[in-house]
Design a protein around this ligand. Structure first.
Ligand code: PLP
Length: 386
């Protein structure tokens, strides 16, 4: 079986894990944690990073830190992994769901600007969503599959309405937009995930990056049970959300190879896109690279988009591929179709609805050989033509 996405742990992972054991530093106190924070912050173009137990924990604490409270709404795209919405829900807030742009699968910035204009008003210094009467507390764009959302447009709107921006960059470490690394595109905070299927993994883990010292201090405080000093003195309800030294040891070994791992993902995307772009009924995943290398997606997952007319075939396609030794997977079911969020405020979500069930993720491990990728492409094309 050619697997979908498995980690590549062929760097210094073994050595660094052994150091954790011999030094007896296995908890969140340990030298790899701060080393990993510094390395990720440098790679994302930020001054600081706070390592968390998961990307979801990072999103939650970031939203709390920018002031999201019970009853609020947070703007986000419907096409994302459920963790983005769950992090909002953990604050007692709800998502306000937006469509995505067909070319990028990222939040539709025109809809964002229009809806804020049409459906909000300022009341006593707060931005209110008129249909629900609820406060809008933040914007959470998602850099889908590691392709940066149109942050210039999002930040412009955020400034106009005085809203903080927490970017869900779960899979986007290493992406660049107009030569700027993904953490330096204007979000107040950006959050990465290092779970097992990410290009760089810690087994599990996350990181909040940003530049504002007070905000980053608050995040560190909140992730360490809001404890003041060595005594048991806590000034609010915090979280036990820190990454451990063991996770960070793996992360340090992974990030030492970031260029190699990203370029493997980017060439896998290029090969699939070339193979599928011109076949009727199929479309390529969003492409985002310029010859001058000013723009680059981190190309987390790759695969193919089946046109709307053929989407009912996707289930049988996946099982045929499995029988032929190729692991493949559908992609995220949008948030507005998920049981816990059926009643969340939402806009017209036509693009989400027309693409999500046609997205097929194909094997894209960083260690995938070109021979194996050729096998995947030919098995896939045989299966769709039957
Ligand atoms: C877009 C997005 N947001 C959030 C997360 C959550 O990250 P974690 O699994 O580290 O909690 C993921 C994980 O896959 C993701 O893809």
């Amino acid at each position: 079986m050619i697997p979908l996405a498995i980690p590549d742990l062929r760097g210094n992972e073994n050595q660094y894990l052994a150091e954790c054991i011999t030094s007896n530093f296995v908890s969140s106190v340990g030298p790899f944690v701060s080393r990993f924070e510094d390395m990720v912050a440098t790679a994302s173009g930020n001054l600081r990073g706070v390592a968390t137990a998961s990307g979801t924990a990072g999103l939650h604490v970031a939203l709390v830190a920018v002031g999201v409270k019970a009853g609020d709404l947070v703007i986000m795209p419907s096409l994302t992994f459920i963790a983005s919405a769950n992090a909002i829900n953990y604050c007692g807030a709800d998502p306000w769901l937006f469509d995505v742009e067909p070319a990028s699968w990222n939040i539709d910035c025109e809809q964002l600007a229009n809806k804020l204009e049409e459906e909000t008003e300022q009341r006593s210094g707060e931005l209110i969503h008129q249909p629900s009467g609820r406060r809008i507390a933040a914007i959470m764009p998602v850099h889908t599959l590691g392709l940066p959302a149109n942050m210039d447009a999002i930040v412009k709107v955020a400034k106009q309405y005085d809203l903080p921006v927490v970017a869900d960059g779960a899979a986007a470490l290493g992406a660049i937009d107009n030569r700027r690394p993904v953490g330096a595109l204007g979000a107040d905070l950006t959050v990465f995930s290092f779970n097992g299927n990410k290009t760089l993994t810690c087994g599990g883990g996350g990181m909040v990056v940003g530049d504002d010292p007070a905000l980053m201090d608050l995040i560190k405080h909140l992730t360490t049970t809001a404890r003041n000093g060595p005594g048991y003195d806590h000034d609010r309800v915090g979280f036990n959300y820190r990454m451990t030294n063991v996770q960070a040891a793996i992360g340090c070994a992974q990030i030492e190879r970031i260029d190699e791992l990203l370029s493997a993902k980017q060439s896998i995307r290029k090969i699939y896109n070339q193979a599928f772009a011109h076949i009727p009924g199929l479309s390529a995943f969003p492409d985002y690279s310029s010859p001058s290398a000013d723009n680059k997606s981190s190309c987390w997952f790759s695969g193919v988009l089946i046109d709307e007319a053929d989407q009912e075939r996707v289930g049988s396609l996946l099982s045929h591929l499995k029988k032929n030794g190729v692991e493949s997977r559908p992609f995220w079911k949008p948030i507005h179709m998920q049981e816990p969020y059926l009643n969340a405020p939402k806009n017209n979500l036509q693009v989400c609805e027309s693409i999500w069930s046609g997205i097929v993720v194909l094997p894209c491990s960083t260690g995938l050989s070109t021979d194996d990728q050729d096998v995947v492409i030919s098995k896939f094309l045989q299966t769709v033509s039957n």
